[in-house]
Design a protein around this ligand. Structure first.
Ligand SMILES: Cc1cc2nc3c(=O)[nH]c(=O)nc-3n(C[C@H](O)[C@H](O)[C@H](O)COP(=O)(O)O)c2cc1C
Length: 452
């Protein structure tokens, strides 16, 4: 039996995940629009034999530009450029089902999968917040349940589009004068509540069949959606116990949806803050905290908790009468995580902002490389994670430190591959099977895979 190995995904974000990272002397405040910055990060992650890279996204400009670098290059475009600068690593782009149309998006992901030789992944999000909604002709964000209903139909249509070409639809028979076989094209002819898509995609079936499907919302609706469609799940968990509960719940839902629980990989986010000694690591964390602008933090927290501006006192606690998660239409699971964190540890608003500064709710592991490796191993072996979404507090240095000092320990413990070996698709790296085309019996084989 092959040994179970960690899956590592590098969650890249301009100068790092810590909100104050851009203010450090080493940081380039223009990194968010520097291709070279992202090429360097991608190559570093590839040196660390990570499974994949990931870019978050939302179709809106954050409203307080003073806070931190707030604009971002469009992920599919940036990852296409990174595909040509790397060889093995997977490329996962976030795209919203609320503010895209299936035909255009399915085409873009099929294109990235072809260009990268089968390394594309899609982080499927429904996008919380009214700011994005107002950029697409709406006055307010669609209700949470409505967003997930649209997401489910979006996926059904996208899957029909990716399967609209059989793998061997291109015949390329010059002698006979036959380029393609029309009997191997299957137009979706879809008429649904949200979408109408008649014709087949204008891109052939890609090396993976379709991109690795990743999901990142941990509410009840989010988990049901993930159980049905997702092959990897990004999640924020603050304690080992919560992470174990989430893991068990998601795997059980996946079984209930008729799928193999090993075919969905659970990847909690961690923000490693590393030092050669524990004291040095704490000092590195303190430098970041010292650069937080707390008034910005209050604005953001009030936004997340949907409180009127001016409600929160920096040295007070969160209000006792916050509404239940059921009345939140934005990001439900993050709302609950933040409220529970503050209550469990009796944090003041100032302390809570400090705790959220590193990873917006993702767990910060501060310590030596050995301590970070121990924590990773503990969550991996105790049923809390199949791998991790690595979210360095500062970039590029945080990723370089992780790769140079934590990766060798993980390899020495047999938890991480030593090298990539032959080229593989992203889905194969995650240990998942290539999906069959819904129009073809599995015995017919998959010639496109042979080329990767
Ligand atoms: C690691 C991670 C990354 C995420 N990235 C995005 C993102 O890029 N864009 C986005 O709109 N939401 C992102 N989300 C949040 C949710 O997917 C999304 O807001 C969802 O609608 C709210 O989830 P929930 O209500 O099911 O909890 C991310 C969540 C996690 C855990």
């Amino acid at each position: 039996m092959t040994r179970r190995r960690l899956h590592l995904n590098a969650f890249l974000m301009n100068t790092g995940h810590h909100e104050a990272s851009w203010r450090l002397p080493e940081s380039d405040p223009y990194a968010h629009v520097e291709l070279d910055h992202y090429v360097r990060l991608a190559r570093t992650a590839e040196r660390g034999t990570f499974d994949s890279l990931f870019l978050a996204d939302g179709p809106q400009l954050w409203s307080n530009l003073a806070q931190r670098p707030a604009s971002a290059l469009e992920p599919l475009t940036l990852l296409t450029a990174l595909a040509t600068a790397t060889e093995h690593i997977g490329l996962i782009a976030t795209a919203s089902t609320s503010y895209n149309s299936p035909y255009n998006l399915a085409r873009k992901f099929a294109s990235l999968d072809i260009i990268s030789g089968g390394r594309a992944g899609w982080n499927i999000v429904t996008t919380a917040g009214a700011e994005a909604a107002r950029n697409f002709g709406l006055d307010a964000e669609p209700a949470h349940a409505e967003r997930y209903a649209r997401a489910a139909e979006f996926l059904d249509v996208a899957l029909k589009l990716w399967d609209s070409w059989e793998d061997d639809a291109i015949v390329a028979d010059k002698a006979a004068g036959v380029w393609g076989d029309d009997t191997k094209i299957h137009p979706p002819r879809h008429r649904g509540k949200y979408f109408g898509v008649e014709g087949a995609l204008n891109v052939p079936r890609s090396p993976q069949g379709y991109p690795l499907l990743v999901q990142a919302g941990s509410s009840k609706d989010g988990k049901s959606f993930a159980a049905r469609y997702a092959e990897a799940v990004f999640t924020a968990q603050q304690t080992l116990e919560d992470a174990q509960d989430f893991y068990a719940d998601l795997k059980a839902r996946t079984v209930a949806a008729g799928r193999n629980p090993d075919h969905i990989k659970v990847l909690p986010g961690i923000v490693p803050v590393i030092g050669s000694t524990e004291a040095e690591a704490r000092a590195n964390e303190q430098v970041l905290e010292d650069h937080i602008v707390y008034t910005h933090g209050v604005d953001r927290l009030e936004g997340l908790l949907q409180l009127p501006s001016g409600t929160l006192e920096l040295d007070g606690q969160l209000p006792a009468d916050l509404p239940p998660e059921s009345s939140i239409e934005g990001a439900k699971s993050r709302y609950t995580l933040v409220v529970e964190l503050a209550r469990r540890e009796r944090l003041t608003v100032r302390q809570l902002i400090g705790r959220l500064g590193g990873g917006r709710g993702h767990l910060t592991f501060t310590g030596t490389p050995e301590q970070v490796a121990d924590a990773v191993e503990e969550w991996f072996t105790l049923g809390a994670a199949d791998g991790f979404n690595i979210m360095p507090a500062v970039l590029p240095s945080g990723l370089e430190t992780f790769v140079d000092h934590v990766v060798p320990l993980l390899r020495a413990r047999g938890l991480l591959r030593e090298e990539y070996g032959p080229r593989q698709t992203l889905r194969a790296r995650y240990g998942l099977p290539r999906p069959a085309n819904q129009h073809v019996s599995p015995a017919a084989g998959s010639p496109a895979l042979a080329r990767v």
